[in-house]
Each structure stands twice: as structure tokens, then as C-alpha cells.
Design a protein around this ligand. Structure first.
Ligand SMILES: *Cc1c(COP(=O)(O)O)cnc(C)c1O
Length: 357
């Protein structure tokens, strides 16, 4: 199978090799050193300040979304949440669950956030702004500069879910005034699922120490205390953390985030240029480099997903719910090449010949 989904994505041979090794004991100086190196490189790639801290959570991205809401916000906060799809909606659910007052900016499928929309809200009504910078359900990428300008007006605490955007689109915690960035192992980091990563600014670290959330496993105070010596409170997904270490070093040696963003955006561009004559429409005019979301003009999106899976050895990413038949997504993250896209285009053309798209 060739995997063009949005995660888990294809890992390189080197990363898979590490996954096949025995899991080493982890309460050792050697593993601590690896974790401290992971923290250093994550901070570098997030363009975080020296004082920032990183928590590695064993759990998928949603675990870190939940940990962030639980540990950083309280009933005294008021959050403004961009809700442009399934992942924006998840933050609304989490705020409701933890009784954090919130308002939503509800956007249509693929609709970008504009200054005009933001201006309908008054920053002084809020303490916090929450956004999934890439709303993966529709492929739309929101403008962090615009959000930063809005947040600056009342020093809003800015939480960014960059789970599917980190390493695919540019992001700078310093320049974009971000307090918390969440990412995960199975998207552009191209490792197996199981680890999510929360990078916290100095202000965010202070908040963690001030709050007393009712939780044990996802308590970030414990995570940060342990992280000082390169450890985690509980047994982490050791193998994945070793794979992440190899992957981070690989990216660093190849020129860091700038070159990784460039590599992924080149794949996106190659694919988008190749589909010009196919009967698909773009879902958004403000896409992330991580995926291309498409609406087929004459066929069900889910049928195309099934055809490619069952008859061509290809996974694209289907959508759920209301978008099931309307939208499919093609990922550009993971260990992919132009030749892989050539095979996908060939399959699309074959489906067209058969009258299936
Ligand atoms: C993948 C993803 C998540 C996390 O989903 P999990 O299934 O919990 O890993 C969260 N937010 C966005 C924007 C994502 O793309």
C-alpha cells in the first residue's frame, strides 16, 4: 500500500528499524540524555524561547489537547475558539467538559479566517484564543499573523494545535506570540502514533504551576518536574521517543524546519499541479502544505477512497460525517516521493477512464 493519509503516515526505513529493536530500560542517564535532546530539538523547531518547556505525553494528539485545556485553563478564563471542523469542535467539547467558558468562531467548510471575521469579536472579552492552525478535516490553514495581531491587543493566551501542521507549515512561537503548541508523533514527524508533545512558553509554564487540575496521568506539573532530568512520571512509549529522536536529528542535519517545510510544500505543489485536468474541486483556497482536500465533481468521495484501497493498493484519507461523500484528502507528509504521486495520478486517470470519477 502507498499511504497518502494524514496519519499515521509512512515512516522511513531507519525509523522502522528502530521500531523493531528491543525496548531498552528507560530510568537511565542514557534515556534521559535522549529525552533532553528531544526537548532541545523540539524547542528549536518550534522557535521557542530558552525558558520554554516541553512535555512528552504518551497518548495520541487528543490526550495533549485535553491535558492543555485541563492544566492551563480554569473557570475564570474565557476562551475564543476557531471552530472550522471536527478538530475545532473537539476544543469546544473539551472546554465544555472542563467548564471553561468559551465562544466559538464557527466557519464554513474550508473557509479561511479573515480580519473581517475576527473584528466581530472584542479581544478584551477573552483571556484565551484557541486554534487548530491546520483544521485537518478540511485542509484549511489559518493565518497565525492575523491571530497574533488580535491576541496582542489584549495579551490573550494563545493555544495552537499544530498537530498536523508542525514541520509542514511555518510556525514560530516567538514571532507568532504562541504560548502553547501541541503536536503529535504520527503526522509530519512520521513516527508511529502514541506520543503527543506540548511545548509551553514561560507564561504557560507559570500557569501550569498555578493551577491544580483534578487529574493524575495528564498532570503537566508532574510532567514538567520529571522533564527537568529528562524523564516522564510514568512509563512512556519508549520506542516512539527513540524514533522521534532519530527523526528530529535527521531533520536537523538536513537543514531544520525550513528545509522540511520546503520538502513537504514541494510535494504538495507537485500533486496540485498534476491534478489540474481531473474532475476535482479544491475545498479551500487557503490550504496547509500537509494535505490537499478535494471534492469530486461527479462521484462520491468515499467511493473513490474504497476503489483506491481495494483495487489500487493506495490509501487516501476519507472524511467522516457530513463530508463523507463530499470530501477526500491527500496527504503530503510522511516518507513520500513524486513517484508515489505519479502512481496516484495514474490510478485517478484509470478511474476516470472507467467512468468512476
Ligand atoms: C490528528 C489531529 C489531532 C489528534 O488526533 P489523534 O487521533 O488524537 O492523534 C488533533 N488535531 C488535529 C488538527 C489533527 O490533525
Amino acid at each position: 500500500m502507498i499511504n497518502f493519509t494524514i496519519g499515521p503516515v509512512q515512516s522511513s526505513k531507519e525509523i522502522r528499524r528502530i521500531g523493531g529493536e528491543q525496548v531498552p530500560y528507560f530510568r537511565t542517564q542514557e534515556f534521559s540524555n535522549l529525552m533532553l535532546e528531544n526537548e532541545k530539538l523540539i524547542k528549536k523547531f518550534m522557535d521557542a524561547t530558552e525558558e520554554s518547556k516541553v512535555a512528552f505525553i504518551t497518548g495520541s494528539g487528543t490526550a495533549s489537547m485535553e491535558a492543555t485545556i485541563m492544566n492551563l485553563l480554569t473557570k475564570e478564563d474565557k476562551a475564543l475558539i476557531v471552530n472550522g471542523g471536527g478538530f475545532g469542535h473537539r476544543f469546544v467539547e473539551l472546554c465544555e467538559l472542563y467548564e471553561v467558558p468559551c465562544d466559538q468562531i464557527i466557519l464554513d467548510v474550508g473557509q479561511p479566517l479573515t480580519e473581517e471575521i475576527l473584528n466581530k469579536y472584542n479581544p478584551s472579552d477573552y483571556s484565551t484564543f484557541i486554534v487548530n492552525v491546520h483544521e485537518t478535516t478540511t485542509g484549511v490553514h489559518y493565518d497565525l499573523k492575523l491571530i497574533h495581531d488580535f491576541c496582542k491587543r489584549n495579551s490573550l493566551f494563545l493555544i495552537v494545535d499544530a498537530i498536523s501542521s508542525f514541520l509542514a507549515d511555518e510556525l514560530s512561537m516567538k514571532d507568532d506570540g504562541i504560548d502553547v503548541v501541541i503536536t503529535g508523533s504520527q503526522k509530519a514527524l512520521a513516527c508511529p502514533p502514541g506520543i503527543s508533545i506540548i511545548t509551553l512558553s514561560e507564561k504557560a509554564v507559570e500557569r501550569v504551576y498555578q493551577n491544580n487540575p483534578k487529574c493524575l496521568y495528564l498532570n503537566l506539573k508532574e510532567a514538567l518536574e520529571n522533564a527537568k532530568r529528562g524523564q516522564t512520571p510514568f512509563t512512556p512509549a519508549v520506542s516512539i521517543l527513540r524514533q522521534i529522536n532519530a527523526r528530529l536529528k535527521q531533520i536537523d542535519n538536513a537543514g531544520g524546519t525550513a528545509s522540511e517545510v520546503k520538502r513537504i510544500s514541494a510535494l504538495a505543489k507537485y500533486f496540485r499541479e498534476s491534478i489540474k485536468d481531473l474532475p476535482f474541486e479544491y475545498v479551500t483556497n487557503s490550504p496547509s502544505n500537509a494535505i490537499t482536500a478535494l471534492s469530486p465533481l461527479n462521484a462520491s468521495a468515499n467511493d473513490i477512497f474504497l476503489e483506491l484501497k481495494d483495487n489500487y493498493g493506495i490509501w487516501i484519507c476519507p472524511n467522516g460525517g457530513e463530508l463523507k461523500d463530499k470530501v477526500f484528502r491527500v496527504g503530503h507528509i510522511g516518507d513520500l516521493t513524486n513517484e508515489d504521486y505519479d502512481k496516484l495520478i495514474e490510478a485517478f486517470k484509470d478511474l476516470q477512464k472507467k467512468g468512476l470519477i
